[in-house]
Design a protein around this ligand. Sequence first.
Ligand code: ADP
Ligand code: ADP
Length: 225
Amino acid sequence: FDTIRIENVGRRFGGTTALQGFDLTVQRGEFIALLGPSGCGKSTALNCLAGLLPLTDGSIHVGDQRVDVLPPEKRDFGMVFQSYALFPHLTVEKNVAFGLQMRGVSRSETARRVAEALRLVRLEDQAKKLPGQLSGGQQQRVAIARAVVIEPRVVLMDEPLSNLDAKLRLEMRTEIRRLHQTLGLTTVYVTHDQEEALSLADRLVVLRAGRVQQIGTPQELHDNP
Ligand code: ADP
Ligand code: ADP
């Protein structure tokens, strides 16, 4: 695919309009940040992309394919959540392998790709541990490895660093940007942290009360605040 086209996407919850008239074209390889205060519609936008929430308006295309009508598992998107959402009873390597096994990838290919993903997030020596034996930053790296190991068309991240302390947040920021670059990912990243968005993203989408207030590169937003 060349682009992801989000056209006039809207979502209501009863009388509440969580998102309205959301238009955005994401280029392949781009890093997009969705930025804005709590309640502005960031999670709603991401969940609509992921297929976790049906749209009440609009459409989403990846290349020529309309994806908003597809269930999440058919969209070929990787998700990273704020809460990590790891399986606590599975080892690190089994957590990362899960999506590949679901997709029927062979055992030898799974082993190869899991080892590669763990190497990328620098957890190769933690493979046999359980999530509960790892630090928050390490758990978040497992969650990232699990999302990228399926080689998704798009990686969606919802406040992935907000449960980490300040020092780890900075380290992981660098890590996420490095992975985006190394793997040639297309990333949509939700945060309420303006500095994080400016330092990570190629373009920022600023949401306010469910509407797009501004879209631009960090430089453009700096010049026209
Ligand atoms: P953000 O991620 O920017 O904090 P959300 O997308 O979670 O914002 O929420 C946007 C608005 O939609 C808020 O007013 C929120 O209360 C409302 N909202 C979100 N999810 C639901 C839901 N499941 N039911 C009712 N209202 C919701
Ligand atoms: P964040 O601000 O970190 O995105 P929220 O607290 O806004 O988190 O939302 C967390 C979850 O709760 C989301 O899945 C959202 O859809 C849901 N949610 C948000 N607001 C409401 C609401 N008013 N009623 C029901 N569910 C909501």
